[in-house]
Each structure stands twice: as C-alpha cells, then as structure tokens.
Design a protein around this ligand. Structure first.
Ligand code: FE2
Length: 393
C-alpha cells in the first residue's frame, strides 16, 4: 500500500461545486479506518483534519453508515480543547415549545444524549424512541412573504434562517458542529431565486453554507472598518424572543419589528448571561477574519471609534437589522453559497465559528410510510469554554 493512502487527506471539492464560496472539502480516512475515530488518528492526521476544517469551513467524510453516535460529542475536542461535555443547546432546546428551535419536533439519541435527531417524517422505535413525527421547518411558516403556490409548484424554496449553532445565552457556541445523514429525501432538485434574477438548483433538503471569510472579503473598506469595531449585542433568550417574528426573503434577518415578545414574558434571564460577540471573528486555525452575525437574533450594535474610544450604540431595532442585512446580504449570491448535497452515510463537520448555515427545502406534505420527503440526520454541537476571539488587523 503506498504510504499516501495510509494518511488522512483533505481534498477541496471540485471547482464547479465550490465555485467562489471558499467552502467544502472531502476527507479520506487512513486506509484501515472504517469510521472516523479521532483518538486513533496520528498527530499528523489530526493536524491535517484540523487545518482542513479551518481552511475549508465544511468537510465531508462519506460512507460512515453504522457510526457510533457517541463519536460525535468526542469529535469537538479535536478542534477545541475547551469543548465541554454537553450540547451547546442544553438539555431541552429541541423539546421546549417556548423556543423557535423546537418547531422541528426533534429528539435526542438515547444512547448518546448529546446527539440531536432532526429531519422530517414519522419513525416508530427509531433508536429506541417510541415515536418521532418530525416537521421540516421552512419559509412557509417563518418568512414575512412566503413563496406563492405558483412558486412552490415550480420547485422554488428559500433559506429558512441563517445562523451559527449558538444559544446566545450562558453557553458559548461550539467551534464545530457535526451532522450525520441517515435518510435523505428522494425528490428532484429545488431552486433558489436571488435578487439579481439568478436561479440556483439545489438538492431538496440541502444544508446551505456561506463562509464568514468570504462575507468579510466582500465588504467595502468602510464596512470592514465598521464591522471590525462593532460588537453585536444579541437579544435575551433570542429564540424565544423571535418566536412570533417573520424573516426577510433570504432568511438573513427579521423583516420588520414589533412582533418580538416582551422581555417580561421570556423565561428567567439576566443581562450578564446574554451574549454580545464581536462582529468579526478570528479563525482559530489560519487567523483570517470572518463576518459572523446571527441577523435574526440581533438586538443592538455597539461601535467603538478606534481613535477616541467613544462607543456609539445603535439600538433602533429596524436600523440594527437593516445594517446587519446590508453587510451579510453581499455573500447571498449563487457563486458564493455552498449547498451540501447529502448522501446517506455522510458525516459532515463544519466550522461553526467560520461559516453561517441554513436549512433549505420545501418538505411539507403530510407524512406517509413511503414518503419521498423523509429525512433524518444526527446533529451535535458541543458547548465551548472559549469566548469568540475578535479579529484584530
Ligand atoms: Fe444549525
């Protein structure tokens, strides 16, 4: 066996798939390794995988059917020595109905309680879970101007909500999220329509990503200066706060204001546990700047004058949302998006502090036994002990 096949390799996806996104690579495991096993990798292989993830944002390992779900929580340590032992969403994030993240009706894998089950359709006895009846969330329920019946009949979809996997309260977001595909829809491609008039074919139920590094590069010099000096204050209990809000067509922010819950109606919270993060994060691998904003959850922007040190606070919610949208929408173009075309068995690891992602796809028909929309994935994002580091030029 040639030596090169004994080592783990990270190979960027073909240029026609990556296009101008800076996202996507395939990992081939060392020859004797059937399932990714981080503890059995050599130091050199661990470094190759780590660097490959930080440089490419999203990496995929194919044919991981039969993977032990307990691997997924352990994986976080490879990229973050301060990763904790609980899911960054805590114990109840997918089952607490006060929370917009519970709308999928997902569950947790009983033998690996840090692993969330997400998807669409009915499953009886899956992994010992008596009954799963999962609903695929889509723009039909979350967008201010949902697609018309004609658009839906023509196969259009939209990004649901662009985000990082970040609770924005108490627990710090993980460096990585892992996703493992168990079952994919067997449907024709769907389509995204962009403000430019362009149309992009995407796989039904594909997970969309953009690189925060590419998003930063696309800013003007003045916008870069603003972003580098700005801290994003997120709302208290942001996912409860926006429960009744509606998104812009691209899913990058909330379309208007006024539908937020009153702070008094949110589950108990204190300001010291609500997160405020830099707008531009430093990549823990290659040191590059990444524009990392959860535009649906923003509350205020605090911008420091680099000369005088004076801080200006933007607190008008519509202005805050419009400002974030202006910055993040520059990357919302067909050539700078990567939409993962799931194959069953894929293990995808993504740099949660370096890319922004969204669910896509219209999988909204009533569930049946032979439902072509049926979809099931495992998801794991472990909390970190490290605060996101601001990029300093
Ligand atoms: Fe997510």
């Amino acid at each position: 066996m040639p030596h090169s096949e004994e080592a783990l390799r990270v190979i960027p996806l073909p240029a026609h798939v990556r296009r101008d996104s800076m996202v996507g690579a395939e990992v081939t495991l060392p020859h004797a390794m059937r399932h990714l096993d981080p503890e059995s990798l050599s130091d050199k292989d661990r470094k190759t995988l780590r660097d490959g993830l930080f440089d490419n944002g999203v990496v995929v390992i194919r044919n991981q059917q039969g993977l032990d779900p307990a691997l997924m929580p352990r994986l976080a340590q490879l990229f973050d020595a301060t990763a904790g032992h609980i899911h960054s969403g805590g114990d109840k994030v997918v089952t607490d109905k006060r929370n917009i993240l519970a709308q999928n009706n997902g569950s947790r894998v009983p033998r690996a309680p840090q692993v969330t089950v997400i998807g669409k359709g009915k499953w009886l006895g899956y992994e010992g879970i008596p009954e799963l009846d999962m609903k695929h969330v889509s723009q039909t329920t979350f967008h201010a101007n949902p697609l018309s019946k004609n658009d839906l009949d023509a196969g259009f979809t939209r990004p649901y909500r662009w985000h990082m996997d970040a609770p924005l309260y108490e627990r710090l977001p993980g460096f990585v999220t892992s996703l493992h595909s168990i079952k994919n829809p067997t449907l024709p491609d769907q389509k995204l329509h962009f403000p430019s008039g362009e149309v992009l074919d995407i796989p039904a139920g594909g997970t969309a990503f953009y690189s925060g590094a590419r998003a930063f590069q696309l800013l003007s010099d003045d916008e870069k200066e603003f972003a580098l000096n700005t801290t994003v204050q997120y709302a208290p209990r942001a996912y409860e706060w926006i429960l009744n809000c509606k998104a812009t067509d691209d899913g990058l922010t909330i379309a208007s204001s006024g539908a937020e819950k009153s702070f008094d109606d949110l589950p108990g919270w204190t300001w010291d546990k609500v997160h405020a993060f830099p707008m531009v994060w430093r990549n823990a691998g290659n040191g590059e700047p990444h524009l990392q904003v959860l535009g649906c959850c923003v509350y205020a922007l605090h911008t420091k004058d680099p000369v005088t040190g004076k801080v200006t606070v933007m607190s008008d919610l519509e202005e805050v949302r419009k400002t974030c949208h202006k910055l993040t929408s520059k990357v919302y173009k067909p050539q700078t998006l990567y939409v993962h075309r799931w194959q069953e068995g894929d293990l995808v690891i993504f740099h949660n502090r370096g890319v922004v992602h969204s669910i896509t796809g219209e999988l909204t028909k009533p569930s049946t036994d032979d439902d072509p929309e049926k979809r099931l994935l495992w998801q794991c994002s472990m909390l970190s002990g490290t605060f996101p580091e601001a990029y300093r030029p």
